[in-house]
Design a protein around this ligand. Structure first.
Ligand code: F7E
Length: 322
């Protein structure tokens, strides 16, 4: 049985990837960070057949011990300080976790499990405000990050490429555009919007407060994107791929759509709060995933409308059960 080790196993992507890999016949191991609320420690994976270990990417001793114990065939490095806005409040921690710790992981893996393949969770945030003439971002688009998070991810992206070439390793990057689901953290815009509007509908709260509504994002479903991670790792050659839907919408359009779907007037319930604005905003994302479509035969099963429906239904169900 092949062994997969997932850092960030209790995250949105870690949990969907675990389910997917178990179905593919993998033995799944994962690293959990200690959480002060014990119930939240493994909330997304608690019913899954996975082996977990307390660890922390920035604690190289914990990584060393876990790698030595598991000896994985493949490592999915999904752990990160993943909130772009908050990376401005925690810039040093962001770089330590998202860049330096990746270097530690690569060095340790090289010594302890030299044959292991590595998948790195790279991000469309690395492009910043670079857009190709045809309105897309792709592998050849210049990386011009506009946040500590984006900068930290560029370093990790380059480390993967460097170790791949210098040491002839099967290390690869998936440059994933925004991907959401009912398991998305509620401080990311889609889930914040959907949860709040459903609660407005149920008269639990009165208002939704947001920041910049003008930015545009290419939103897909996390479940589709973890399928792509597995295909990337199982391609015959170590390579980098953009994973996206190729469609873009403004935050404003997404918000209006959710309000309309639940038949609630926008004006009465929406207000803007400057505290959610970022020092520099990434204005526009639209990914060209034609390489993944052609080489990996991957394509997303969901678009923004089906994704929003899934998320609204999940939130209505959650409220019914509490
Ligand atoms: O923001 C705007 C905000 O935090 C989307 C991460 O997974 O995708 C994600 O990063 C947009 C931004 O995602 C609020 O200013 C307005 O323009 O959902 P988000 P993100 O920053 O795009 C990339 C690909 C990653 O790799 C990241 O890890 O929505 N916005 N009002 C708001 N955003 C938030 N969070 N909260 C608001 O109230």
């Amino acid at each position: 049985m092949k062994k997969a080790l997932i850092t960030g196993i209790n995250g949105q992507d870690g949990s969907y990837l675990s389910e997917y890999l178990i179905k593919q016949g993998y033995q799944v191991h994962g690293i959990l960070r200690r959480h002060s609320v014990a119930e939240n420690q493994d909330v997304r994976i608690k019913d899954m057949d996975v082996k977990t270990y307390y660890g922390e990417l920035t604690d190289e001793i914990s990584l060393f011990k876990i790698l030595r114990k598991v000896k994985p065939d493949v490592i999915y490095n999904l752990a990160a300080m993943s909130h772009v806005g908050i990376s401005n409040e925690l810039p040093i921690f962001t770089v330590k976790t998202n860049s330096l710790a990746v270097m530690q992981l690569l060095e340790l893996a090289k010594e302890i499990c030299p044959e292991a393949k590595i998948y790195q969770a790279s991000s469309s945030e690395m492009f910043g405000n670079s857009i190709d003439k045809d309105g897309f971002q792709r592998l050849s688009t210049t990386m011009n990050p506009v946040s500590p998070y984006g900068c930290s991810k560029v370093m990790a992206y380059n480390l993967i490429r460097y170790y791949r070439n210098a040491y002839n390793k099967f290390y690869c990057n998936g440059i994933l555009f925004n991907h959401e689901s009912p398991r998305r953290g509620s401080n990311f815009v889609t889930n914040k919007v959907i949860k709040s509007i459903v609660m407005i509908k149920k008269n639990i709260i009165k208002k939704l407060e947001l920041g910049n509504l003008d930015s545009m994002r290419d939103w897909g479903h996390s479940k589709d994107y973890v399928r792509a991670m597995h295909l990337i790792v199982n391609h015959k050659k170590a390579d980098d791929f953009v994973i996206a839907t190729g469609e873009t919408r403004s935050v404003k359009d997404m918000v209006n759509y959710v309000f309309a779907k639940l038949s609630i007037p926008v004006k009465k319930h929406l207000s803007i709060n400057k505290k959610y604005f970022r020092p520099e905003e990434l204005k526009y994302l639209k990914g060209d995933c034609s390489k993944a479509k052609k080489i990996l035969k991957w394509k997303p099963k969901n678009n923004i409308k089906s994704l929003i429906k899934i998320m609204i239904d999940a939130e209505l169900k959650r409220l019914k059960n509490i």
